[in-house]
Design a protein around this ligand. Structure first.
Ligand SMILES: N[C@@H](CCC(=O)N[C@@H](CS)C(=O)NCC(=O)O)C(=O)O
Length: 229
């Protein structure tokens, strides 16, 4: 059983998408980042950077004490290695997936995050910052579009690189981007959006977003909605 410390944000969706694809048993432990729950000592013990997502694997492959993992890229790698899914075993395929996974966690994620901050959330409108991050997001979408020419997914078969990237393309309008300008991204985006596991992962979101008080402290993600009180 995996505990997923989660709130419905792009980084949270990544891990939910993976768990729904593999049907690994998991429970959601809500971390309401709007209420400061990311600063609670119990959470900091597993995620010292006070960010979600994080996981705790109570049944590590090698046995022994539970393993906790923070940082979405590290979590996706851990789960892919454990399940032997969505990460090729051969060194060439594996390297391509990890390149693009790191591209997302070090590039698209932080740049689009700054874009969201300055375009939407900052109390002061700073045109220089807005322009800088909208342009950088645009450049990164162009890189992704080029990568997807002649490829169904980012690194061959559907992989953790796609799962890391997709949730950051979902808010493309808020980022000042139009998928009309990136036809290969649009095709890729539509294909991932239609996957049943993606649909299930995103169905989790409203349950948490609507309320500061999720139905219970620990929610069984495989129970039908609405969640039991
Ligand atoms: N590099 C981290 C980023 C995680 C992150 O920024 N999480 C945000 C939500 S998307 C968060 O927990 N924010 C809480 C805060 O800012 O205090 C990862 O990829 O997991």
């Amino acid at each position: 059983m995996i505990d997923l410390y989660y709130w419905p944000t792009p980084n949270g969706h990544k891990v939910a998408m993976f768990l729904e694809e593999t049907a690994m048993p998991y429970r959601i432990v809500p971390v309401n980042i709007g209420n400061g729950e990311q600063f609670k000592p119990d959470f900091l013990a597993i995620s010292p950077n006070n960010r979600m997502p994080a996981i705790v694997d109570h049944l590590p492959l090698e046995g022994g004490a539970p393993i906790s993992v923070f940082e979405s890229g590290a979590i996706l790698l851990y789960l892919a290695e454990k399940s032997e899914q969505f990460l090729p075993l051969d060194i060439r395929g594996r390297t391509e997936v990890t390149e693009w996974l790191f591209w997302q966690v070090a590039g698209l994620g932080p740049m689009a995050g700054q874009n969201h901050h300055f375009s939407r959330y900052a109390s002061e409108k700073v045109p220089y910052a807005i322009e800088r991050y909208v342009k950088e997001t645009n450049r990164l979408y162009g890189v992704l579009n080029k990568r997807l020419v002649g490829r169904e997914f980012i690194a061959g078969a559907y992989s953790i690189a796609d799962m890391a990237t997709y949730p950051w393309v979902v808010p493309h309008e808020m980022q000042g981007q139009s998928l009309d300008d990136f036809p290969h991204v649009r095709r890729w985006f539509d294909a991932i959006r239609a996957r049943p596991a993606t649909v299930r992962a995103y169905e989790l979101a409203p349950t948490f977003a609507k309320s500061d008080h999720p139905p219970s402290n620990i929610v069984d993600a495989h129970r039908p909605f609405p969640r039991p009180a």
